[in-house]
Design a protein around this ligand. Sequence first.
Ligand SMILES: Cc1ncc(COP(=O)(O)O)c(C=O)c1O
Length: 359
Amino acid sequence: MKVYTLGDLREQIKSFPLFELISTPTPLYSLEKLSNELGGPKILIKRDDLTGLAFGGNKSRKLEFILGDALKKGADTVLTWGALQSNWCLQTAAAARKAGLRPVLLLFKTYDVPAIYTGNVFLEYLLEARMEIRETEEKGKSVNQDKAFELLEELAARERAKGYHPYLVSVGGSACGGHLEQPLGALGYFQAMLEIYEQTAKAADLPDYIVIASGSGGTQAGLIAGVKALGLKTRVIGICVSDKKEEFFPIVKQVTMELLTTLGLDLQIDDDDIILFDDYLGAGYGQITAETAGVIRNLFKKEALVLDPVYTAKAMIGLLDLVERHYFSSKDRLLFVHTGGTPALFALQDYIMSCLPGG
Ligand SMILES: Cc1ncc(COP(=O)(O)O)c(C=O)c1O
């Protein structure tokens, strides 16, 4: 299978319009106390919660390319959907404002959290994003993409009637649909993989595994495509945060294949390139458990690292459990990507505290 150089791949990416939103590289370092305590694999962290846009997170990398596309297509309004406390929606609204576009958000009450101006919703209020809140059919699961696009089209029609030019994009900026004709969100994580390679290869510290929270699939797809293109042995592990593996696997696979096509890379994706664990879903998307609350407290006390309750806490629970189950060898290097989402902590504060001793 063909292996590409870093230079080739960087050149390839340059052909996609990008609206600059973040400052890179984000820090990558070792979690010493955690690694020592585990006495097993070395745990490194990539701080993509420090991308710098509206409290940071993985979405800002995706949005650089997505907004580049929206601007190229002459949009003046960006429409998307997500859960009520969606980190994607906040990042999209902030990025849109920075690019001079109007944000319109369709927010679903996918889990039990009050529809008040707190956490991400408070920040969206400050941004004067237009917000429309709806119930969902099934709590704790992703909203059906076709259904969400139908509703988004209704909002788009209203915007068009007012003379605006909306750009529609699906939750998480991963799957193509609406005006997103190529997996430009995943492209952001393809680029992130090149950055990880640059940060780790020189120190002969390439990770054996990368562990991430996987929700709409684009982050995982981009990293897998990057690993393949560079010909690395690194394995990318996605910890499912909303859907079961069977439902989610085809999405990650499709986005990865579409990305390789978009980049014109002559590479194959096999089923075993896509590693997913759905054992840590708990009661479903956004549901807080004693384990979630515990890992947030534990990592904050140990490493001064703030995890979010919906994504990174679950991914860390997965990483720690896999270490305990000896999934990795004690010599392995694991890279945990902190994908952000921390403003939701403040919206879910009561739930988190009620799960902790004395709460
Ligand atoms: C904080 C955070 N981490 C991880 C993810 C998952 O990323 P992806 O949707 O690319 O799978 C999301 C998606 O919403 C997120 O907001």
